[in-house]
Design a protein around this ligand. Structure first.
Ligand SMILES: Cc1ncc(COP(=O)(O)O)c(C=O)c1O
Length: 367
């Protein structure tokens, strides 16, 4: 995969590194562009919260027209619903044993609508039994595997599972899938086709079982724009909101659209041909797809490759003759995968035109 140039990021002075820095104008542009694209296609947008994990970002997405928010954990749903977000979908095969059942029951006491993912009858039974005492239950979307081979039933089995879920006394609103197999170079078109085909087959399977699929939900950043068609009623991209190096290299976001970098300080240049920054795995994570060279991109030093990463160090190798920073310089790193990067931080610095204007807290970290 060839290296693409990355936009330089204006960092405010005086940062306590390593720290994630968000450019609010790029963020707002990303929020607005995806909202407009989905509106133009007549498809609802339900952004995934596992990427921003900041209530300020969710609020901006909702204000721009998102119908609700997607999340992966009960903790994320708790943070969202406690802050007044009224329509939350936990797009995950929730296993409702204690104490999770009690937490779900408390969420059901809050105003708004809660939906959960189910991909087996045993999980549905656990959900129904776990919530039997509370007299309320979340709506259910049946998860379908569209080729990612992670979770979800075969599309043609969706109707049978939906019927079983309904017989347990739960309400099935429809089906969902995640085309995660689009996370390879040149695979996103095919993954988007797979999402649409699988969801349409699953919706037909529900119909044949006498169940109406009013929600047909697809979603990932590489596929979102391409699978928002046909029977699909909703998209759930998350990473688009900040973008990251992986998305740039996949072609699902432009380098100009990267809204978050990790500011880090050059702490050592004692070994020839390299410099070391203070953003290690505890700031950048270790996420590196096999097809991607290095642990992120340094827009000011595009020839540098983050070749090795330790808890608190990242070694940036530089070919002979290329520009080098000096000890103490603060450099921006576009992380490979922004979602774990945000999850590692307590808060982020928000900037406008290179000036720090706010700090936003990261909520519901890890669980
Ligand atoms: C079920 C589900 N929906 C939506 C998303 C959002 O996808 P992306 O991170 O590509 O934006 C994810 C990401 O892992 C997911 O697992």
């Amino acid at each position: 995969v060839s290296v693409k140039p990355c936009r330089r990021f204006a960092l405010p002075a005086g940062l306590d590194t390593p720290v994630p820095v968000v450019d609010i104008e790029v963020l707002d542009a990303n929020v607005g562009r995806m909202a407009a694209a989905m509106k133009a296609r007549g498809v609802a947008l339900r952004p995934h919260f596992k990427t921003p994990r900041m209530l300020e970002v969710a609020r901006r997405q909702l204000d721009a027209g998102a119908v609700g928010i997607t999340c992966a954990t009960i903790g994320e749903a708790e943070a969202l619903m406690a802050s007044g977000v009224g329509d939350v979908f936990i797009a995950y095969p929730v296993w409702a044993s204690e104490p999770k059942a009690a937490r779900l029951a408390r969420l059901l006491d809050l105003p708004g609508k809660l939906t959960v993912g189910i991909d087996s009858l045993v999980a549905a039974r656990q959900l129904a039994n776990g919530l039997a005492g509370c007299g309320r239950s979340p709506a259910v979307l049946v998860e379908v595997d569209s080729g990612d081979l992670r979770t979800g039933v075969r599309p043609e089995r969706a109707g049978e599972l939906a019927r079983g879920v309904i017989e347990l006394g739960l309400v099935v609103d429809g089906v969902f899938t995640h085309g995660g197999h689009g996370y390879e170079p040149d695979c996103s078109d095919e993954a988007a086709d797979d999402e649409v085909r699988s969801l349409e087959a699953a919706a037909a399977s529900l119909r044949n079982s006498g169940v109406q699929a009013s929600v047909v939900s697809a979603g990932s950043t590489p596929t979102a724009l391409r699978s928002a068609r046909g029977a699909v009623t909703e998209e759930r991209p998350g990473t688009y909101v900040f973008g990251d190096w992986q998305q740039v290299m996949l072609g699902s976001c432009r380098s100009d659209d990267v809204a978050l970098v990790v500011a880090s300080t050059v702490v050592s240049m004692s070994v020839a041909g390299q410099f070391v920054i203070d953003a290690g795995a505890k700031a950048l994570s270790r996420d590196r797809p096999l097809w991607l060279n290095g642990h992120g991109c340094l827009p000011s030093y595009p020839q540098a490759v983050i070749s090795r990463i330790f808890d608190h160090h990242a070694v940036c190798q530089v070919p002979p003759g290329s520009a080098m920073p000096a000890e103490g310089d603060v450099v921006a790193v576009v992380p490979n995968h922004v979602c774990p990067v945000v999850n590692l931080a307590r808060n982020v610095v928000v900037t406008r035109n290179g000036e720090a204007i706010a700090r936003w807290d990261v909520v519901a970290r890890s669980i």
